[in-house]
Design a protein around this ligand. Structure first.
Ligand SMILES: [Zn+2]
Length: 584
C-alpha cells in the first residue's frame, strides 16, 4: 500500500510547501532584515511556493468533488496549514527552517489526502503508486518510441463526435464531453466507435483479460475480433464511455448502465452501455442504435409475398394482439416496425412503449420505459390507454402484468403489436400462459404469431458453388433435376490456393473486399406464421396443449422456419449450413 510521491504530486507538494513558508516569510523579513531589501532567493521561493500552493488547493477542491470526498474539510486543513506555516515563520522568523517545517506539514497533509482519494479512485487514476509512476514514465520518457500507441490514432479525420446526456437523459451535457476530450484514450475510443459503425456492428464488447482488452464487434449477428487494446488503454477507453454515460467511474464491480450518443456524419447514433466487474477487471458492452437507419417494409425484412399477404390480413383487423417472437437479436423489432409501416400512422393514433426506442417514427408517439425511474411497460401502458390510441406497439412482453394489459387492450378495441421471447410461434402461446395470462383471455385477444430468425446472406462476390448431396436435397424437399447447384460460404482455409513456389514466406491471403472475408454479407429473415383460426382459438381456451395446436396449424398449412428458409438455400442466397445453424 506504500505510495511514493509521484512527480506531479511531489511537485505540487513541494511547491505548496515552499509557498506556504514563502508567504509567511514575505512579510516578516522586512522589518528584521539588515539592508531593507528583498532577498531574491527567498522572494522567488515565496512566489513559486504561493502559486504551487494555490494550484494544490485548486486541485484538491476539484478532486474532492470528483470523488465525492468532503471538500470543506480538506480545503480547510490545507488553508489552515498555509496559515499555520505563515504564523510560525512570522513568529520564529528563521526562513529556511520554517520553510522546511511548512513543507513537511503541507506535504504530509497532501499525502494523507492522496491516500484517502486513492481508495475511491479507479486503479488507473490513483496517484503516487507504482502504476502512476509507470504511466508517467510511459508518458514522458517513452513517448517518441510509442508514437504508434492507439492514443495517437488519427480519429480526428472522421466525421464523428461524442455527445453526452445529462443525468435526466434529456439534453446534451457538454461538460462530460469536454472532460473526456482531455482524457487518455479519447481518440482510441472515437476510432473504435467509428470502425464499428463502418463495419455495421450492432454491439461492441470490451472484455478484459489479464494482459489486454480484446475488442469484439457483433456484425450480422456474429462476433468478430478486432484489434485489442493494451490493458491501460482499454481501461482508459472504458472510463471515457462511463463518463459519457454519467456513470460512477469509481464503481468497477457492480453492474451499471447508461447511454450516450454520437453525431456520425449527419445523423445521431445512440449507444446503450452496460458495465460490470469480472475477475480480471471491468467489462463493457455497448449496443449501437442507429435510429435513422432505413425503416424496412414487410418485403424488405424477408417475408415472401404470400406471408406478406397473410400478415397484412392479420394486422388490418381493427383490434387484436399480434406477436412477433424469437430469441434476442432475431430481428423482431425491425419486423414490428415494418408492420407499423403498413398502418396509416397519420389517420390513426399510434403509440409505442419501448425500451429503448430503436427507430424514430414520424406520426407516432414513442414512449421510452425507464424501470429505474419507475416507468415500466405496465405503468406506461396504463397511462397510454387513457390517451385513446388505435394502435399500440409494446416493445416486449416479459411479465404477467404487461401480458394482461396487452390482452385487455386487444380485447377492448385496440390493435396491439408486441414481441415475446419464444422459440417458435406455437410455443409463444405456452409462454404467454406461463407468464400468467388466463387462456380464455389469450384466446380471444390473439390474432397471430410470427416467429422469426435472421440468416446471413452469402456474399455473392466470393460464394462457392457446390454439388448438393441427396441427403441435403431431401432436407430441402427439392429434387436433383430442379436444383443442380447450391452455394456455400468462402472458406479461408480450403479456398486459399496453396502456393507452389518456394518463397512462400508471405502467403498472400486475398480477403474479399465486399464481405471482409467472412463469406457473408447482411442478413434476412426466415419466418413461420401462426394464424389463430377458430379451431386453434378453441384449443387455447379449452386445453392449451402445444402439440395439438402445432398439429392443427401444420394441417392448415403452417411452414416451419427451416421450410421457409429452404427457398433461400435453393436460390443461393444462403448456405444450408447457415440455415441449419439458425433454424435448429
Ligand atoms: Zn465476400
Amino acid at each position: 500500500m506504500a505510495a511514493i510521491p509521484s512527480l506531479r504530486t511531489f511537485a505540487l507538494v513541494v511547491a505548496v510547501g515552499l509557498l506556504t513558508p514563502g508567504l509567511l516569510l514575505a512579510a516578516p523579513p522586512f522589518p528584521r532584515g539588515t539592508g531593507f531589501y528583498y532577498d531574491p532567493y527567498k522572494l522567488v521561493t515565496l512566489v513559486v511556493s504561493f502559486f504551487c500552493w494555490v494550484k494544490l488547493c485548486a486541485w484538491v477542491d476539484t478532486d474532492t468533488h470528483q470523488y465525492k470526498i468532503p471538500s470543506v474539510f480538506w480545503n480547510g486543513i490545507l488553508l489552515a496549514a498555509g496559515a499555520g506555516g505563515f504564523l510560525v515563520t512570522w513568529v520564529i522568523g528563521i526562513f529556511w527552517v520554517t520553510m522546511v517545517l511548512s513543507w513537511g506539514l503541507v506535504s504530509g497533509l497532501a499525502y494523507w489526502y492522496v491516500t484517502v482519494r486513492n481508495r475511491r479512485a479507479p486503479a488507473d487514476e490513483r496517484l503516487l503508486d507504482k502504476h502512476h509512476f509507470l504511466r508517467l514514465y510511459e508518458k514522458y520518457l517513452t513517448r517518441s518510441k510509442k508514437d504508434a500507441d492507439d492514443d495517437d490514432v488519427k480519429a480526428e479525420g472522421h466525421p464523428i463526435r461524442f455527445m453526452s446526456r445529462s443525468a435526466t437523459g434529456e439534453s446534451e451535457d457538454t461538460r462530460q464531453v469536454e472532460r473526456v476530450q482531455q482524457s487518455k484514450g479519447y481518440k482510441a475510443a472515437l476510432e473504435m466507435v467509428w470502425n464499428a459503425i463502418k463495419k455495421r456492428a450492432t454491439d461492441i464488447h470490451l472484455e478484459p483479460t489479464a494482459n489486454d482488452i480484446p475488442v469484439r464487434f457483433r456484425i450480422d449477428g456474429m462476433m468478430t475480433n478486432v484489434k485489442p487494446f493494451t490493458r491501460a488503454m482499454g481501461d482508459a477507453v472504458i472510463n471515457i464511455f462511463k463518463v459519457l454515460c454519467n456513470l460512477d467511474i469509481t464503481e468497477k464491480r457492480k453492474p451499471q448502465d447508461g447511454s450516450f450518443s454520437a453525431q456520425v456524419e449527419d445523423r445521431i447514433v445512440e449507444f446503450r452501455v452496460a458495465t460490470a466487474g469480472s475477475v480480471v477487471g471491468e467489462k463493457l458492452v455497448m449496443r449501437v442504435l442507429d435510429a435513422t437507419a432505413q425503416l424496412a417494409d414487410l418485403g424488405q425484412v424477408g417475408l415472401t409475398e404470400s406471408l406478406q399477404a397473410e400478415v397484412r390480413d392479420v394486422i388490418s383487423k381493427p383490434h387484436g394482439l399480434f406477436l412477433v417472437v424469437g430469441p434476442t437479436g432475431s430481428g423482431k423489432s425491425t419486423t414490428l416496425y415494418a408492420c407499423l409501416h403498413e398502418i396509416d400512422r397519420f389517420a390513426q393514433n399510434v403509440i409505442t412503449v419501448e425500451n429503448p426506442v430503436e427507430y424514430r417514427l414520424e406520426g407516432v408517439t414513442q414512449i421510452e420505459v425507464n424501470p429505474k425511474a419507475g416507468k415500466t411497460f405496465a405503468s406506461e401502458l396504463r397511462s397510454i390507454l387513457r390517451q385513446d390510441p388505435d394502435v399500440i406497439l409494446i416493445g416486449e412482453i416479459r411479465d404477467k402484468e404487461t401480458a394482461e394489459i396487452a390482452c385487455q387492450a386487444a380485447q377492448t378495441g385496440h390493435l396491439v403489436f408486441s414481441t415475446l421471447h419464444a422459440n417458435d410461434s406455437v410455443t409463444a402461446i405456452a409462454r404467454m400462459i406461463d407468464l400468467g395470462t388466463p387462456p380464455f383471455m389469450l384466446s380471444s385477444a390473439l390474432m397471430g404469431v410470427l416467429s422469426q430468425r435472421l440468416v446471413r446472406k452469402l456474399c455473392k462476390k466470393c460464394r462457392k458453388r457446390v454439388k448438393p448431396s441427396n441427403e441435403t436435397l431431401k432436407k430441402l424437399k427439392v429434387d436433383s433435376d430442379a436444383v443442380r447447384y447450391l452455394y456455400r460460404a468462402f472458406d479461408p482455409v480450403e479456398d486459399v490456393p496453396k502456393k507452389d513456389d518456394e518463397d512462400d514466406d508471405e502467403p498472400e491471403v486475398k480477403v474479399c473486399q465486399a464481405c471482409g472475408g467472412t463469406g457473408y454479407l447482411k442478413r434476412t429473415g426466415i419466418f413461420d406464421l401462426l394464424i389463430i383460426t377458430d379451431k386453434i382459438r378453441e384449443l387455447i381456451k379449452a386445453n392449451p396443449n402445444v402439440q395439438d395446436i402445432r398439429q392443427v396449424a401444420i394441417d392448415s398449412g403452417m411452414k416451419s422456419l427451416f421450410e421457409d428458409g429452404a427457398r433461400l438455400v435453393v436460390e443461393g442466397d444462403t448456405s444450408i449450413q447457415e440455415l441449419l445453424r439458425v433454424s435448429k
